[in-house]
Design a protein around this ligand. Structure first.
Ligand SMILES: *Cc1c(COP(=O)(O)O)cnc(C)c1O
Length: 362
């Protein structure tokens, strides 16, 4: 590795965060959501550290097969079900938990006629209007499945649209779910990370934490309980003073108001640092917060290091997000969410696994 950038992944933090989820939802089973390559952390790596979860939730058959090939015997939930009817044999062969969100998927299932007592999760649209059955098609599909495939094990789920933004609407979704589910005695699941933290009454039989396993999307009241898993870090590769009135970077958007020390960090949008992060977005240099100055380039970031001019050298560590600097804070500055930043670290960034227990974290 020649360029100093890396994504440091704290394996102990993953295990710790899963333990914290258990304590927050002690009466529920846990689907550890590890879609999108474990939110960018590496699906197999995350599954290994979260092997005490009750199951893994993924977005596609391909991701489920990676886990099976690695020897994981856990239950695996296909969050969007299958995309083509040809996927059914592998779903059955690998005993995957299958989401059914639409009538066409039910038709595929009926046409395939599984022999095994497959576990299916009917997904109700309780107001998000992305995936899921409306009440009428839900009732029809339930009837068809019970008549034609009585051996299937039924489960019910739904997904919240605005847990943190709209408590009234979230409550409506919950009531909508309860009304449709009340006639059925089967396992149920509603809560993603936000609901898991804010709405204990939605925990039900299975919770579905994703982002919180990675130590992001943590509500202020739980911050001290969770640890960031991924620390995106690099080093200072250049230092120079510029005069008052001189500008920095493409488009010359940042102008020195006084003589300023400009540092360059080896990280840019080619690594997954968001190009939309404006001047003023913080990074940590030697554990001190300093602002980026000027536009993010493909391979480099320019920093205003004037405030720490006496205490910075070539090769000093720069934390872009992670320990000491929440990814959610950087995401907000860049007009996005922590999920997108974590999923967006690019292939060229090497991963370095570490083990650091929570007690040793600052
Ligand atoms: C991705 C996903 C989750 C996990 O959401 P987080 O906000 O990351 O906890 C839960 N349920 C479904 C259906 C999902 O698609």
């Amino acid at each position: 590795m020649s360029r100093p950038i890396c994504a440091q992944i704290n394996l102990a933090a993953l295990r710790h965060n899963l333990t914290q989820v258990r304590q927050l939802a002690p009466h529920s089973k846990i689907w550890a959501v590890i879609k999108a390559n474990g939110y960018g952390h590496g699906i197999v790596r995350v599954a290994q550290q979260c092997s005490s979860a009750d199951g893994f939730a993924v977005a596609s058959l391909d991701e489920a097969l990676i886990l099976r090939q690695q020897g994981f015997l856990h239950r695996i939930l296909l969050l969007e079900g299958i995309f083509q009817p040809e996927e059914m044999p592998l779903v059955e062969q690998h005993r995957l938990d299958l989401v059914l969100h639409s009538p066409h998927q039910v038709e595929w299932l009926l046409a395939y006629q599984p022999k095994f007592a497959l576990k299916v999760w009917l997904k109700l649209d309780t107001g998000m209007h992305r995936l899921g059955f409306d009440p009428v098609s839900f009732a029809q599909s339930m009837l068809k499945i019970r008549n034609s495939l009585p051996q299937l094990r039924l489960n019910l789920m739904s997904h919240f649209a605005s847990v943190t933004e709209d408590t009234v609407f979230t409550r409506q979704q919950q009531v909508c779910f309860e009304q449709q589910a009340k006639d059925y005695q089967c396992p149920m699941s509603l809560a993603n990370s936000a609901a898991l933290q804010r709405l204990p009454q939605t925990h039900l039989d299975w919770v579905r934490p994703g982002i919180m396993l990675y130590g992001a999307g943590i509500m202020p009241e739980f911050r001290s309980l969770f640890q960031p898993v991924l620390t995106f870090q690099t080093q200072i590769i250049s230092l120079k003073w510029i005069a008052q009135g001189e500008a920095v970077g493409y488009g010359q958007t940042w102008v020195a108001q006084k003589p300023s020390l400009i540092g360059v960090a080896a990280a840019g949008y080619g690594d997954g640092y968001p190009r939309h992060a404006p001047s003023g977005t913080p990074v940590l240099v030697n554990n001190q917060r300093v602002p980026i100055a000027g536009r993010v380039s493909m391979d480099m970031l320019t920093l205003d290091l004037t405030a720490i001019a006496g205490a910075v050298n070539i090769g000093d560590p720069v934390v872009l997000w992670g320990e000491g600097l929440p990814v959610d804070e950087i995401a907000e500055k860049a007009g996005t969410i922590g999920y997108e930043l974590l999923c967006g670290i690019t292939q060229r960034v090497p991963i370095k696994e570490i083990e650091r227990e929570p007690d040793h974290v600052r």
